[in-house]
Design a protein around this ligand. Structure first.
Ligand code: NDP
Length: 419
């Protein structure tokens, strides 16, 4: 009997848990634990009579290691799938270490209070040493490598779509198509329309922090940083059409730069419509993306958290969103002494996702790989003591599982390259 403890019960977790429930031969028991237990209970109710998996729920504040340890000791899971926010990564890893249980997540650690002087000192040193200013990076979680190795447990980091599937695509390209990969362009296109003037497709706070930050890319062994939205391209995406896309900093660039031996350049582009960008700039200009508390009529309010309350809940966009996503990677490099190019990508339809699990494609394309990565570790296929990102394992079983569980991928050997 194998049991997963899922922490968090938002948009991504909702999909991942339904996928675990569909895959009850692997996930015999599922414990759903989150800050707001009523959301866990509602999902449990939705799944009643539809799965062989035994489902339980619990309340937990994942910022508190002692609460997490007590929950893990009581629930006794074989693995913990962290689908709360990146702020909780370290406390959940800490609890997994104390209880010797495997750990999986979809996003690397980010500090919630970026004004904390202790965190800032480390952050500023890293900015200088590494040359990028994003608030998130892998150093915090890679620092756990030795302790996870000694404890004999696995931490699998970043098994969403990007990071996640895009890095598995890269390991697959390296294994089957290239002797040397020289360039990687990760293209994340959302051609969906939810009908609101402004909404984010996943947690607004995490999304807006990411998009309003400086961009950066990896070239010839170092980071090149750009102003937010400075580099702009258009690309014609299958299933979507021509879209504007912008270069962003993204976490998988950091791990791929270490793990793909001959790579010379890695870039990440995401598509945005003009309405999204105009709203974001305006919100930024009036201070609504601020992360520092401000006093308002006797209360302390963090602007970006207040904004989150006003914006539509990403989990509620499902019924309204139409159109497709197209996410994948374009590679150039060498095979048998000859130059070659390759594009591996997935096209996902928002309404198809909604019909299957009641959510839009952004939560779907993250929740399905979260289930698959967890399955890889649980089945022993990707189980190794230490802390790893997904490209460090054999991509083949994961690629098969993508086809089986709702994210079929395609290969184009003659793609249009991004200038
Ligand atoms: P949501 O905001 O929809 O869900 C977050 C969930 O975590 C909520 O249920 C929330 O509880 C819970 N939570 C937050 N803080 C705590 C806490 N202290 N203790 C316990 N539970 C807590 O986010 P998403 O589902 O959109 O995103 C989930 C994760 O997936 C994020 O880390 C995000 O960065 C990542 N992601 C990764 C992608 C990828 O491709 N790799 C793409 C998209 C997202 P409550 O209901 O009380 O608020």
């Amino acid at each position: 009997m194998k049991k997963v403890l899922v922490i968090g019960c938002g948009g991504v977790a909702g999909v991942a848990i339904q996928k675990c429930a569909q895959n009850a031969d692997v996930f015999n028991e599922i414990c759903i634990a989150s800050r707001t237990v009523s959301k866990c209970d509602a999902l449990k109710k939705k799944l009643e009579g539809k799965t062989k998996a035994k489902i339980t729920t619990a309340q937990v504040d994942a910022d508190k290691v002692d609460q997490l340890v007590a929950l893990i000791n009581e629930a006794k899971p074989d693995i913990v799938l962290n689908l709360a926010l990146p702020y909780q990564d370290l406390t959940i890893m800490e609890a997994c270490l104390k209880t010797k249980v495997d750990y999986v997540d979809t996003a690397n650690y980010e500090c919630e209070d970026t004004n904390d002087p202790e965190w800032r000192a480390i952050y500023e040193k890293r900015c200088k040493e590494k040359g990028f200013t994003a608030y998130f990076d892998y150093s915090w979680q890679w620092a756990y490598r030795e302790r996870f190795e000694k404890a004999g447990i696995t931490a699998l980091l970043g098994t969403g779509f990007d990071p996640g599937v895009t890095s598995v695509f890269t390991a697959y390209a390296q294994k089957h198509y290239f002797d040397e990969i020289h360039t990687i362009d990760i293209l994340d296109c959302n051609g969906g329309d939810h009908g609101y003037p402004f909404a984010t497709n996943f947690n607004p706070e995490i999304n807006l922090r990411e998009v309003s930050a400086n961009g950066s890319y990896w070239e010839n062994g170092h980071w090149v940083e750009t102003k937010p939205m400075e580099i702009h391209r258009t690309y014609n995406f299958e299933g979507v059409g021509e879209k504007d896309m912008y270069l962003l900093h993204h976490e998988e660039i950091e791990s791929l730069a270490q793990n793909i031996p001959h790579v010379k350049r890695i870039r990440f582009f995401m598509t945005f419509g003009q309405s999204y960008l105009t709203h974001m700039k305006c919100l930024e200009n009036v201070g609504m993306l601020g992360t520092e508390p401000v006093e308002f009529e006797g209360h302390e309010i963090v602007p970006i958290q207040f904004l989150r309350k006003l914006l539509p809940d990403p989990a509620s966009l499902g019924p309204r969103t139409v159109g497709k996503t197209n996410i994948g990677c374009i590679y150039t490099g060498i095979k048998d002494g000859k130059e070659r190019t390759l594009y591996i990508y997935n096209v996902c339809d928002h309404q198809e996702c909604y019909k299957e699990v009641g959510s839009q494609a952004i939560s779907y394309t993250t929740g399905v790989p979260a289930m698959i990565g967890t399955m890889m570790v649980l089945q022993g296929l990707w189980k190794r003591p230490g802390v790893f990102t997904v490209e460090e394992f054999d991509p083949d079983p994961y690629m098969d599982a993508l086809n089986k569980w709702g994210l079929p991928w395609q290969v184009d050997e003659h793609p249009v390259l991004v200038p």
